[in-house]
Unconditional design. Sequence first.
Length: 301
Amino acid sequence: MVHFGVHAGPQECTIDELRAVWTRTEEWGFEWLSVWDHFYPAHVGNDADCFEAVACQAAMAALTTRVRIGCLVYSAGYRHPAVLANAGATIDHLAGGRFEMGLGAGWHQAEYEAYGMPFESPAVRLRRLAESVEIVRLLWTQDVVDYDGEFWTLRGARCNTKPVQQPSPRIWVGATGPRALRQAGRIGDAWNTPFASPEDYARKLELVMSECPDPERFATGVNLYLVMGDDDPEEALRRRFGAASPGLLGGTLVGSPDQVEDRVRQYVAAGAQWINIALRAPFDLASLERFATEVMPRLRA
């Protein structure tokens, strides 16, 4: 069965605008809400506004009652994994067991450099990610944790209270490159990637599953931009993504409800279980509501 969510970037907007996205998403029958983890806006100037992810995820948990609450994805280099594990457990209680953890290796080099954090090589960042996933999961499932790693050391470490979800919330690993994709299948409970075409998504998923120990329990998702009706998709993307927009058109749902439905079915056939509509300010809530009322019921049927 296909599931539907909304992934709203918390940048260049107000909290009231985000609150409207979060509450209406739940009203319109979506099953997932997420934000991303950035201190600076993505793909635009560094002087624009951007809200922090942990606080946003806690706010989503408190403002909703049914949808899954996620972040796609926290950068392993930004927070100690024990701190993130404690935050996640707290949010799971705020959400009544609806919390979803996302972790990735990180990519926004300007943030690292501005805040004095080392922007390591891809191989090192992937090793840091694997260690972060291991520590978070240990703290959620073990009473006391001793850990000797390349990046972190824990002695008698506890995470109390434990998450509502037992044995632990699901950990989504964000990945796009070949080495990272294989690692996502090896260490994660789920995998998500943004703006891939159905063909590219299928190729990536094959790499993920090549090292997945339990494919039957592994969840998959994709974030896609939405341009419904007669709007010019290239202009819509350019307004929100700037210079990065040309490479995103292949991962955008475009056209009439029939055309959008057909495209979603291609992603489902490629292996995507979760279809998340990616929003950036200015948020197009009219198209989102149209997708919820005219496209989602057909695909769920």
